[in-house]
Design a protein around this ligand. Structure first.
Ligand code: NOJ
Length: 546
């Protein structure tokens, strides 16, 4: 059983295959290229890869617009390459999950082509049609900067069709039992191939109902539970990870009663608050959100992230907070996109090692399993001048050689330009140099992962805030206890750029413990009367084992 709960303390890594490594010099990363780089990921401490869509697609939304659920995008390779990747990953003890895009297809999918051209086609009812564009008015528009409506008129069909994302991504009609069956068949196909689960895209939007905002509807949860039953019956040990960008009370629903819906869910509301807390040098945003985050059952787990392939979404903050985040983190208008910020981790944190250290320390110690976005482990930069979200999807920087070691193609053939410039260009930021530098960001991340892995408390443990005792408290000090069975780790961060002295007083009895920092091996003055006095340097963080 414990084995089936592998995701409780796994370290995840998000891969954009096109960006990772080009094995055949055509300018695009591919599956064979990723396979060649598995040792790098293994060495970093990665347990599970999430591959962004690898299916045939016209790439109007970088593969989230699928035109064939049963194939591989030819530039990435073929099913044989995919199987080879799976085998190679499994041989190294790593797992692989892939994107399952349930909500929509590409408008180039044969189902949509048949649906639009023939009202009597059995596929017509695979999509959501209407004679007016006035239905479901309460549903928000997600790609605000591009789409003006969730309805688009289709000349061939003589009707409007419904889409929550780009108009090139018509929504599937989940009221049609045939659609429900189709998607179970898709799951079966990839699970039979041997994948370890799915990152399930855009799950809140499967059903529409008049008079609602068409998100998180009971029918949607019912269908998702059906997918889970199917997985449990035939593929125990494989997981479903929910992409549900929702407020805590809604996101919780995706875990169902604990064992009947998702195994994992991204913690979207937590993510922007990490950046708020760091910028404000205050723990308060984290306290606020984690206090609303209930303990999960032992069968479910949060997936915590700092950045991903999309804009840093500001949907789960108030209007006032969003304005503040934009002012602080996206002063240049090109940095903003929809309700978010299209920048990478290192530029967001001023490429400052102190702040990056804090961010990673939070990632690896807060309740949940961490996921790293490719390139962020070496502090890659972004290119805000590329369209849409492409600026955070540029080629992985392997070395300071041609095309950053990503591809042997001529530079103009690359799917996207390598990041340039004195700060983030491959001369300064690349894997080869960082591997050999004990003080590099890469080695810091690798070290944190290796420490985390020795202590199940980080994946399994309960979480309790630890505050300072007045007047020796500081709102810049963010401390919490992780505890599991006999193991206790007190994690302490100083978010401030100046030193802070605090007397921490855990809410539970700590027997005369001598704290040892797991990251450095350094010991600290023992607890006295259940109090721990600490003098913290600017941006310092400690993982104190008690
Ligand atoms: C969420 C994905 O993360 C994003 O990249 C995509 O554009 C939308 N879902 C639509 O599939």
């Amino acid at each position: 059983m414990k084995d089936e709960l592998w995701y409780k303390d796994a370290v995840f890594y998000q891969v954009y295959v096109r960006a990772f490594f080009d094995s055949n010099a055509d300018g695009h990363g591919d599956l064979a290229g990723l396979t060649q780089k598995l040792d790098y990921l293994k060495d970093l401490g990665v347990d599970c890869l999430w591959l962004m869509p690898i299916y045939p697609s016209p790439l109007k939304d970088d593969g989230y617009d699928i035109s064939d659920f049963y194939g591989i995008y030819p530039t990435y390779g073929d099913v044989k390459d995919f199987k080879a990747l799976l085998d190679a990953a499994h041989k190294r003890g790593m797992r692989v999950i892939t994107d399952l895009v349930l909500n929509h297809t590409s408008d180039q999918h044969p189902w949509f082509q048949a649906a639009r051209s023939d009202p009597n086609s059995p596929y017509r009812d695979y999509y959501v049609w209407s004679d007016t564009d006035q239905k479901y008015k309460e549903a928000r528009i997600i790609f605000l900067d591009v789409e003006k409506s969730n309805w688009t008129w289709d000349e061939a069909a003589g009707q409007y069709y419904w889409h929550r994302f780009y108009s090139s991504q018509p929504d599937l009609n989940y009221d049609n039992p045939a659609v429900q069956e189709e998607m179970i068949n898709v799951m079966k196909f990839w699970l039979d191939m041997g994948i370890d689960g799915f990152r399930c895209d855009a799950v809140p939007y499967l059903f529409e109902r008049e008079g609602t905002n068409c998100e998180n509807l009971p029918l949607t949860h019912e269908y998702l539970k059906r997918l889970r039953r199917f997985m449990d019956e035939h593929y125990p040990g494989r997981i479903m990870l929910a992409e549900a960008n929702q407020w805590p009370q809604d996101v919780i629903q995706y875990f169902g009663s604990g064992r009947d819906e998702f195994h994992m869910g991204f913690h979207f509301p937590l993510m922007p608050r990490i950046f708020m807390a760091l910028k404000r040098e205050e723990r308060e945003p984290l306290v606020w959100i984690l206090d609303q985050t209930p303990d999960l059952s032992e069968y479910t787990q949060w997936c915590i992230f700092l950045r991903n392939h999309d804009e840093l979404t500001l949907e789960m903050v108030t209007e006032e907070e969003r304005q503040w985040m934009w002012e602080q983190y996206a002063p240049e208008p090109r940095m903003r996109l929809n309700l978010g910020i299209r920048r990478r981790l290192a530029p967001l944190l001023d490429n400052d090692r102190g702040k990056l250290g804090l961010a990673y320390s939070l990632l690896f110690t807060m309740p949940g399993s961490p996921i790293i976005y490719y390139g962020d482990e070496i502090g890659m930069g972004d290119n805000i001048w590329l369209k849409d979200r492409d600026g955070v999807r540029t080629p992985m920087q392997w070395s300071n050689t041609n095309n950053a070691g990503f591809s042997d193609a001529d530079a103009e053939k690359l799917y996207a330009p390598v990041i340039e410039g004195p700060v983030y260009g491959p001369e300064r930021v690349n894997v080869a140099d960082q591997i050999n530098d004990p003080d590099s960001l890469l080695n810091m991340v690798r070290h944190m992962i290796s420490v985390r892995k020795q202590y199940p408390v980080f994946g399994w443990g309960k979480f309790t805030w630890v505050f300072g005792e007045a007047p020796y408290d500081s709102s810049a000090v963010c401390a919490y206890l992780r505890h599991h069975e006999n193991e206790r780790v007190l994690v302490v961060h100083n978010f401030s750029g100046s030193s802070q002295s605090v007397v921490l007083r855990p809410p539970i009895e700590i027997q005369a413990a001598v704290p040892v920092d797991l990251l450095t091996g350094k010991t600290y003055t023992p607890f006295e009367d259940n109090r721990l006095k600490l003098d913290l340097a600017p941006y310092q963080y400690l993982w104190l084992r008690l």
